[in-house]
Design a binder for this molecule. Structure first.
Ligand SMILES: Cc1cc2nc3c(=O)[nH]c(=O)nc-3n(C[C@H](O)[C@H](O)[C@H](O)COP(=O)(O)O)c2cc1C
Length: 230
């Protein structure tokens, strides 16, 4: 890929916190331009600040820059994405005409990522110890939430800190179809699960506000069903 990343200039001009959140979207077309190690450390440090139940901090970050290892992950991702896409398209409802163009763009970008995953200059694997958060008292088991919920805030912090530095990514999980192969590729022991792979790179596309339902349509005030105009 020889195209110039659009956001290298952006690195010296980070967005405010809220602008960064509002303009972080999945970026799947990434430049091969290396990401400086100090930038990677800042991204990782932000991930490490993520909250977790009881502050257990169950994650480990594995930063993959080695070319052969990235290629190995890329091959797994490409295979698993192909299976995912076929199965997903078989059940996907027809798109409304007004959504068709953006659906096709997302599909094209997802295929692009699947073909070029291993060319991302750095891939962060987020691994998590296979633990149960379940507690029990004299009345029985206490459901205090799933264990994965204690790791995804750290993943989102990584993504937002990358945005701060003009680095794009998309949270990916389809590799889980071949989870053991990913663990083998990265020498991760069976005591840990890989909960996300973040292919990082300076984006060839642009950050921007992603399409979502209007917030007022998903917000209830004081009791379920009581909605208000914004
Ligand atoms: C748990 C989770 C798993 C995801 N897995 C993948 C994936 O395997 N591959 C991929 O291309 N995008 C993946 N995504 C990205 C979503 O498709 C993306 O966040 C969503 O479509 C919204 O994109 P937007 O912010 O650009 O609108 C995943 C996102 C989440 C939160």
């Amino acid at each position: 890929m020889t195209e110039q990343p659009s956001s290298v200039a952006n690195q010296n001009n980070p967005p405010t916190l809220l602008d960064g959140i509002m303009t972080t979207r999945a970026l799947r077309r990434l430049s091969t331009t290396p990401i400086p190690e100090d930038v990677l450390w800042e991204i990782l440090a932000a991930g490490q600040q993520g909250p977790s139940g009881g502050n257990i901090q169950p994650w480990q970050f594995l930063v993959v820059r080695d070319e052969a290892t990235r290629r190995g992950l890329g091959e797994i991702y490409s295979r698993t994405y192909a299976r995912y896409e076929k199965a997903m398209l078989a059940v996907a409802p027809p798109q409304r005409p007004e959504n068709e163009a953006s659906w096709q763009r997302t599909l094209a970008a997802s295929r692009h990522l699947a073909q070029h995953f291993g060319e991302s200059p750095a891939i962060i694997a987020i691994a998590m110890a296979d633990i149960s958060m379940e507690l029990t008292d004299e009345y029985g088991p206490l459901d205090v939430g799933t264990a994965f919920a204690s790791a995804y805030p750290a993943v989102q912090n990584l993504i937002l800190a990358a945005r701060h530095h003009g680095v794009g990514t998309a949270l990916t999980t389809v590799y889980r179809i071949e989870h053991d192969a990913v663990r083998d590729c990265l020498s991760i022991p069976k005591t840990h699960q890989v909960i996300a792979l973040l292919p990082l790179g300076y984006p060839l596309g642009k950050f921007g506000v992603a399409k979502r339902r209007p917030v007022e349509t998903v917000t209830h005030w004081d009791s379920w069903g009581n909605k208000r105009a914004r």
